[in-house]
Structure formats: C-alpha cells, structure tokens
Design a protein around this ligand. Structure first.
Ligand code: ADP
Ligand code: MG
Length: 627
C-alpha cells in the first residue's frame, strides 16, 4: 500500500462535467462521491444566498436561478472580455471586466449580486469538491493533483487552471493535455513510438489533436476544432425540428422556459436512445389539451446531424494536414467525449482515419482516468503494472449452462487473433448475449466478466443452425476487440475492452494457483455442463420431430418417447453423473431412430413435392444462452 502523503490524484476539470481518478497496480479508476456510485460532478456552481452549491444540485437550479448559477466557467479561464464575445451570448449570468484591471490588463470575472469572482475562484469550488471526494476515499487530506487542460490552452489559461488548484488547496504537480491523458489511459505510452489521433466531441466543444509518441513522451503535432460545436448542437437539431412542427401542426409557439427545458431533456434522451435503437418516440404536453407526439428514426436523425459531424471530420483533415500526415500514418484513434457514442460519429471517424477507433474506455471518463495514470507515474506507482507482451490469463466467452469456452489461452503473445464458430441453442433464437470472460477456471461464475454485448437480428432458424463467428483480437497495446458475426445475415456486434485494467500481478498469480488447485473438479463440472447441454439439445430436437411427424408412428411408441423426454428432462437437472447421463442419451437417441427414419422419408417426399427444408445439424459445438 502507498504512503498516504504520496497520493496524487488526477482531475479532469471539464466544461460540462468534472471527474477525479487515481491509478494503482490495478490500473486507473474513478473516485466517486463518498457513499455513492456517482463519479461525475457537473461543473456548475450555484450561489444561493450565503451558500455555495456545487454539482448536480447546482445544475438543477440553473433554470430558476440563471443569474447566480455559473456553468461553463472553463470557457472564461485566463480570458479577457474581448475574447469572449461568442461565449457571453450563451451565458445567462453576468460576466464583466475585473475591477482590478488596469490599462492593458483585461480579465473577465463573474458578477454575482454585488461581488465578483474570478474564473479560477469558481473553478476552485469545483476542485475543492473533488478534493473532498478523494480525501474521503483515502481517509486523509489529499493535496496533490494532476489537472488536465485542452491541448490548445495558452499559457494564461494554463496558469489560471494552476491558480484554481492553488485556491482549492491543491499542489498542482502537473498540468497535462487532455488528449495526452486519453492516450495514457490506454497505456499507449508503453509503445516505442506511435502517431495517435485523439477525437474529443463533448457537450459544447470539439477538439481533435494529433500526438506523436517518442521515447515515452507525447508531443502535440497539431490541434484543430471548434469551441462551439458539441452534443448540445445535436440536441438543438432535434429541438428545432420539434419546435417547428409544434408550431405548424398545433399552432403553439414554445415560449415557456419550463417546456423549453423539457424539450431539451427529451431531445437529449432521444439522441441517446437512437444510439442503439432504430427509432425513438417523443410525447410532450405543450398546452391545454395539446400533446405533441413524434417518432424519430435513426436515419432521420443522422440526416439532420450529418452536416455537424462533417464539420468535425473537416477539422480532422485540417489537423492531419497541419501535421503533414495522411490517414495511413495514424496508428491509433482514441475517442473522447460523450458525443462519440453516436454511431454515425464513430463510423465517420473510423473512415476519416482509416482505422477502428479505440472505444474500450468510457469516453466521458477517459481523460480523468489518464490524469490518474499520469498522477501514479509521478507518484512512482507504475512499477507493479502487468507486462503486456503476453496475455496473463485466458480469455473466452460464456457458453450454455455457464461453462467457459476459451478462445485465447494464458501466455499467448500479443498481438493475436482467434476466431471460433458457435451456434444458437433455442429454435428461432434471434438474440445472443455474449459474455466476455477472463480467467483460468472452467465455469463462468469463477471467471471475471469483462463485458457483455448482444448480437441481435439473427434470422430465426432452428437451434444449432446459425453460424456465429466470434473473433477475439488483441492489438499491440493490449486492447481487446471481441466481435460476433452471424454468417447468413451478416449482422455484427462488437465490444472493446482493456483486459489488463482491474488486475494486478499478485491477483494473476492467485487466480492461477486457484485454477491449479481446482483443476480436477473444474474439469468434471465443465464436462457435466457439456453433457447436460448436449442431452437437452437432443431432447429438444426429438420433441420437435415428435410434434411435426409424431402422427406417422404408432401411438404407443409416440407416447413412450414423450414420456422418456419428460423423464430425461428431469434427470438432466437432478443427476450429476455425466456417465449415466451419456448412457441415457445414447439409449434415447437409439430409441428415436424409428421416428427419425419416418421423418426423413416424409421430408423427402415433401421435397419432391417442391418444398424446401432446412438441413439440420447434429452437433452443437457450443450454444449461447437465450434471454
Ligand atoms: P464535456 O467534455 O463537454 O464536459 P462530456 O464528454 O461529458 O462533455 O459529454 C457530454 C455530452 O455527451 C452531452 O452532450 C451528452 O448529451 C452527450 N452524451 C452522453 N451520452 C451520450 C450517448 N449515449 N449518446 C450520445 N450523446 C451522449
Ligand atoms: Mg471533456
């Protein structure tokens, strides 16, 4: 354990949200507000009489107390009034020139009632709150921090950020660039050299930076962006559409601030829902007996936001041009900011840089996580990190009955790639849930779940027929991409993970020892799961055949088969002797032969009559759980 005075935290002091993180041998993680799961602090400060409220509560006041609720103060940091024309129009509170300014100095300050606050003073209130979260977490007074700033911040803006830290009682051991932090969160500093693009599409701003890594040091080759383009603009596209239609169809002009705010909230919810649904519905009361209802399709939304996304892509081209680079020269693209969750954004960014962007880490958290990594490097805590040239533990997926199918064994050199085929277990199954597991044990419950995703849109087919190719790909940075593809329809789904996060060398050793100690019982348990799964599969298949062709065989035989199916179903659950289960399965399959023969004959006759049938597969290699 570390000495408490050595603790250094990493802070993402954001325009919309701020977060605090730290890193140890397990990798980086966020520090939530004590006693909660909540690790995101809205960067909002509300002056309520003598009281100062920070975060969510302050944000909730924004509508009723516009003049005393300060948001987006980051835009004011180290700026003079003259530079703030575009910003001031968006801020409901008053910003004036500092009364201390003389002659050539020009600093913007926030006026609340009859006093003024400098932007660093207000940022310090946010930092003090985060310092408090960290101090409660570590049960000591945490005083050292790394704070991130946009790459294009100038000296005055960086100094203002330092000042904010000092006012909050923090020793700011380093100010680092947000894109650098994002790259650090992925451990990209461990490569020898690389060229990395960081695409940061947040709530109100867009930045793209091209970084060069050389001998563990990041250099910013170029930056580009738009300080007034972000997720808010995606919401605004929907709000404009709704406002127009409400006027045209219902004859209502939206003037009420409450309804406006409701529309804003709904627009954001629709945008988020369209990320994984084809359509989303809105319903809002806009006047007495007047309700506006509308369904927005993903396609429609994408058409609306395409010009905004195109602006970010143009900025990427300019950044590459400024760095004298073409897309082929970019090794990695890191996605930052909540707005990069929009599928169209991901797709366009991938096309622009001609590579699959990194999405394994939460885009809203990645900067804070990287600040935590930088802090731990400065605190000398990186020694214990896992080496990444081989996989420390096996990686695989959960299969039917809670067993594990390992695709990549422990100690495999990276980079590596493995594809295996799986199938469905239930007839007509259209979704498959894929649980990505890490560990040496044989049952899913004894392994670590790294992530779950769903492959949907599988065309309905009998169990065992669909061919689902699951690919595990680990790149040179240790980032794992798991994708699943259904062959017939071509449907794909995927997830990206950093498997080394959350794992220490000690833990790896312990897990290996445990696996060794349980090797025998684990094999037996796995074998039992497989036998049960195969038996159930055969029973289901026989039952299907019985339902379809049972009328072709004698009643007594039919009834005895049905009774055996029932009995074996119960036995599958109650018996844990794989040998007995296998014997019963063999005997049962023998007993269904007569039915199978009749069924085949019937099917052939049907075929001659011009009906096509599905070829059925006898073995299921492994089947996924239906849910
Ligand atoms: P900032 O860097 O400006 O503080 P964030 O990175 O926290 O901002 O991003 C906030 C933005 O991300 C908001 O506009 C929010 O609506 C958007 N956002 C969050 N989740 C999603 C999502 N699932 N799909 C689309 N946009 C999202
Ligand atoms: Mg941000």
């Amino acid at each position: 354990m570390t000495d408490k005075q050595d603790i250094i935290i990493g802070i993402d002091l954001g325009t919309t949200n701020s977060l605090v993180a730290f890193a140890d041998a397990k990798g980086p993680r966020l520090i939530p507000q004590v006693g909660t799961e909540d690790a995101i602090l809205p960067s909002v400060v509300c002056f309520d009489g003598a009281e100062v409220v920070v975060g969510k509560k302050a944000r909730d006041h924004a509508i009723e107390k516009p003049k005393t609720t300060v948001h987006s103060v980051k835009r004011l940091m180290g700026q003079g009034l003259a530079n703030l024309r575009d910003d001031l129009a968006m801020l409901a509170y008053d910003v004036t020139q500092s009364p201390d300014d003389t002659g050539d100095r020009d600093t913007a300050v926030v006026a609340i009632g009859n006093r003024t606050y400098s932007p660093p003073e207000i940022s310090a209130m946010i930092l003090r709150e985060l310092k408090g979260w960290a101090s409660s977490h570590f049960e000591c007074d945490v005083t050292k921090a790394v704070i991130t700033v946009p790459a294009q911040f100038n000296d005055a803006q960086r100094q203002a950020t330092r000042d904010a830290g000092t006012i909050a009682g923090l020793d700011v051991v380093r100010i680092i660039n947000e894109p650098t932090a994002a790259a650090l969160a992925y451990g990209l500093d461990r490569a020898e050299h690389a060229t990395i693009a960081v695409y940061d599409f947040g709530g109100g701003t867009f930045d793209v930076s091209i970084l060069r890594l050389e001998d563990g040091m990041f250099e910013v080759l170029s930056t580009n962006g738009d300080t007034h383009l972000g997720g808010d603009d995606l919401d605004a596209a929907l709000i404009d559409l709704f406002t127009r239609e409400i006027r045209d169809t219902l004859g209502v002009d939206i003037t009420s601030p409450t309804i406006r705010q409701q529309l804003r909230t709904l627009a954001e919810a629709i945008k988020i829902r369209l990320g994984d649904h084809d359509e989303a519905k809105i319903e809002i009361a806009v006047g007495a007996d007047k309700v506006f209802r509308r369904t927005v399709t993903r396609e429609e939304f994408e058409t609306m936001i395409a010009p905004l996304v195109a602006r970010t892509i143009n900025a990427c081209s300019r950044a590459m041009a400024a760095a004298k680079l073409t897309p082929e020269a970019i090794d990695q693209v890191v996605l930052v900011g909540g707005s990069t969750r929009v599928p169209l954004v991901r797709q366009r960014v991938g096309e622009a840089f001609q590579c699959e962007p990194y999405t394994a880490l939460n885009p809203e958290q990645v900067v804070a996580l990287g600040a935590g990594v930088q802090a731990s490097i400065l605190a000398g805590l990186q020694r214990d990190l896992l080496l990444l040239d081989v996989t420390p533990l096996a990686l695989g997926i959960e299969t039917m009955g809670g067993a594990v199918s390992k695709l990549i064994p422990a100690n495999t050199r990276i980079p590596c790639e493995v594809t295996e085929s799986f199938s469905t277990y239930q007839d007509g199954q259209v979704n498959v849930k894929i649980n990505v597991l890490q560990g040496e044990r044989e049952l899913a419950k004894d392994c670590r779940s790294l992530g779950v995703f769903e492959l949907s849109g599988i065309p309905p087919m009998p169990a065992g027929i669909p061919k689902l190719d699951v690919t595990f790909l680990i790149d040179q940075n240790g980032v794992l991409s798991v994708s699943a593809k259904e062959q017939r329809s071509g449907t794909v789904a995927s997830v990206q993970i950093v498997p080394s996060h959350g794992l220490t060398r000690d833990e790896v050793d312990r897990l290996r020892r445990e696996a060794f100690a349980h090797a025998r019982e684990d094999m037996t348990a796995h074998h039992l799961v497989d036998v049960r799964t195969t038996l159930s599969f055969d029973l289901n298949k026989a039952e299907r055949m019985l339902n379809k062709h049972g009328h072709l065989v004698e009643a007594a035989y039919r009834e005895s088969l049905a009774a055996t199916i029932e009995e074996l179903r119960r036995l599958t659950e109650s018996c844990d002797d794989p040998v007995l289960l296998n014997q019963r399965r063999d005997a049962f399959n023998q007993s269904t032969m007569a039915l199978a023969e009749r069924a085949v004959t019937a099917t052939l006759q049907q075929d001659e009559a011009g009906t096509t049938t599905e070829k059925t597969n006898d073995t299921v290699k492994s089947a996924q759980e239906k849910h």
